[in-house]
Structures are given as C-alpha cells and as structure tokens.
Design a protein around this ligand. Structure first.
Ligand code: SF4
Length: 100
C-alpha cells in the first residue's frame, strides 16, 4: 500500500463567456468561490496547495457540477527550490594569461 503524495498547487478557473451566473459552484466549493452581486463567481487567483485535500475535492466537485462546463481545475507549476548552491566567490585565483 503506497502513500499518495499531493505536491504542487492548483487554481480554479472560470470561463466568463460560458458562465451563466446562477452560482451553483459557490454551493459546491464555498471555500473557493464567492459570488458577486449578480451571482457570478469570484475566485481567488492565488494557487492553493494540492495538500489541501478538502479544497481540491471541492474544486473538482465544482468543476464536474458546473452545468456550463465553465470551470477548470488547473495545476500550477511550482518552481523547484534550488538547494546546495554555493554563492561564495571562488577561492582560487587563476594566474594564467587573460585572453586578448
Ligand atoms: S456553476 Fe458554472 S455556470 Fe454556474 S455560476 Fe458557477 S461557473 Fe458559472
């Protein structure tokens, strides 16, 4: 039995052209979707960690439950942290000739 790792981030995106503004998504993913005064979804553009399993499942529910297929869960590429980089200047000095 393996362990499922949930690395990376996701964002829930809405296609405003397809959206009908009935706000069903706000019921399916209330922690991610808020509605404006006309009922259209307002979704934060900040990426959410995939490790937040509840939010990810809500996003997938909303994606599948959207009657206009206007929602999309997009995985966000996160930069790989650079480790073990030596930022000190080199300690050896080359005494060779400089190229012309
Ligand atoms: S469920 Fe889909 S169509 Fe309805 S408001 Fe949300 S994004 Fe728009």
């Amino acid at each position: 039995m393996g362990v499922i790792r949930r690395a990376g981030m996701f964002v829930l995106q809405v296609n405003p052209i397809l959206c009908d503004g009935f706000g069903h998504c706000a019921e399916l993913a209330p922690e991610l979707v808020h509605l404006d005064e006309w009922g259209y979804p307002i979704i934060a553009s900040d990426p959410v960690p995939m490790a937040d399993v509840g939010s990810y499942q809500s996003a997938r529910y909303a994606e599948r439950g959207c009657p206009r297929q206007a929602l999309h869960v997009a995985k966000v590429a996160t930069p790989v942290p650079i480790t073990n980089v030596d930022v000190r200047p080199p300690t050896t000095v080359s005494r060779g000739r400089r190229p012309l």
